[in-house]
Design a protein around this ligand. Structure first.
Ligand SMILES: Nc1nc2c(ncn2[C@@H]2O[C@H](COP(=O)(O)OP(=O)(O)OP(=O)(O)O)[C@@H](O)[C@H]2O)c(=O)[nH]1
Ligand SMILES: [Mg+2]
Length: 359
């Protein structure tokens, strides 16, 4: 089984999707490790539940460093793209739409003797709904967990109200602050320099980078700097761990990504996805049941599409991605349910790994 370990140094709340599982299967609660992603079928095992298994940590070596890097920024800045690029695998979903990421997700990378634990956070914006508030709160608490805080700005978009709000609050952040201007593949150098002048006039940064999270341009310099900046100390995760996201939750995210890509306007924001069953079969395949919650019957009809065509496409694409991710055949069953006030239901927030805001 996977060697993933999830020490909880920060004490921060994390998702425990097993709480809502209808079956006693636990395999989907494993986090993502390189081994898990490529592993052949395995028997379900009660020991697969998450635990801190110190014995599996690599022995500490001379000169080791380890630390948390919080990646924050406005929605759509490219935070998840960057974390995936740094980890070298998809641990966080990415779409062209704002507010894709809803909960902090840790992606783990090794650079020389340093283990870097990146915290991908939800975009920070002016919240309107309860879910928005939960996401923005989670983003700032993710920032609080970082030994280093990395602000990512979409250089194409420049500074806007969201970034402005972040800069104001960032001035009070005590950890070392880094700035990365992203999407430089789309921006002229002169514009980048003007943007740097503008932003660094507001907040002092320890270091500034110009990167393309998409192409990887400039990312090496950033990683090299981070590898030197994190504190000396033993690694918190095994060498091949990529993320602490439980597989069950990542599976829900993969389906939500397809929903974001295929449905438009406000609809993706009215939806949450939960994996209610994960069953490993002896023949190596996996059976997943997921529920797509919507707020109204009219939304359910759109998700289903004419003759069920839309949900069928979502299911096909998600199943393909999941099979590639898990390295095993996947049977995916999607159910669409109307739950009028799911975004006011604490249980849905627990599933997402978010604290439930009072209002
Ligand atoms: N051209 C270009 N596009 C990028 C780059 N980085 C990210 N993108 C695109 O920007 C969009 C948003 O990327 P995400 O990684 O989802 O952004 P995010 O900051 O995580 O967004 P939220 O989770 O909504 O806060 C996607 O369409 C990415 O492909 C880049 O360096 N260059
Ligand atoms: Mg994101």
């Amino acid at each position: 089984m996977s060697k993933s370990i999830r020490p909880d140094r920060s004490g921060a709340k994390k998702a425990n999707p097993a709480n809502a599982a209808t079956e006693a299967d636990t395999a989907g609660d494993e986090a993502v490790s390189k081994e898990a992603a490529a592993a052949p079928a395995a028997e379900p095992s009660p020991e697969a539940a998450p635990s801190v298994m110190e014995g599996l940590l690599p022995a500490q070596q001379e000169g080791q460093r380890c630390g948390f890097v919080a990646v924050i920024g406005a929605p759509n800045a490219g935070k998840s793209t960057l974390v995936n690029q740094l980890v070298g695998a998809k641990v966080s979903i990415v779409t062209h739409k704002v507010q894709t990421t809803r909960t902090p997700i840790r992606g783990i990378a090794v650079e020389g003797k340093s283990q870097l634990i990146f915290i991908d956070t939800p975009g920070i914006f002016k919240p309107r709904r309860r879910l928005d508030r939960a996401m923005v709160n989670a983003a700032w608490s993710g920032a609080g967990e970082g030994d280093v805080v990395l602000l990512l700005i979409d250089a194409l978009r420049g500074t806007d109200k969201d970034t402005d709000r972040i800069l104001t609050r960032l001035a009070d952040v005590r950890q070392p602050r880094l700035l990365a201007l992203n999407k430089i593949d789309k921006v002229k150098k002169d514009d980048l320099l003007a943007l740097i002048a503008k932003v660094s006039g507001r907040v002092e940064f320890d270091e500034i980078f110009m990167i393309s999270a998409l192409t990887g341009d400039g990312v090496k310099q950033l990683t090299a700097h981070l590898a030197q900046s994190v504190p000396p100390g033993p690694w918190h995760y095994a060498a091949d761990d990529m993320s602490d996201v439980p597989m069950r939750m990542l599976a829900s995210e993969i389906t939500r990504e397809q929903i974001f890509l295929r449905l438009h306007d406000e609809l993706p924001y009215a939806i949450t996805v939960e994996t209610s069953q994960w069953k490993d079969f002896k023949n190596g395949s996996v059976r997943l049941e997921q529920t797509i919650y919507v707020e109204r019957d009219s939304q359910k009809q759109i998700v289903l599409g004419k003759g069920g065509q839309t949900v069928k496409k979502i299911s096909m694409e998600s199943r393909k991605e999941l099979a590639a991710l898990i390295g095993r055949p996947v049977h995916l069953f999607l159910f669409v349910k109307v739950r009028e006030n799911w975004s006011d239901d604490p249980a849905r927030y627990r599933e997402m790994g978010l604290d439930f805001p009072k209002s």
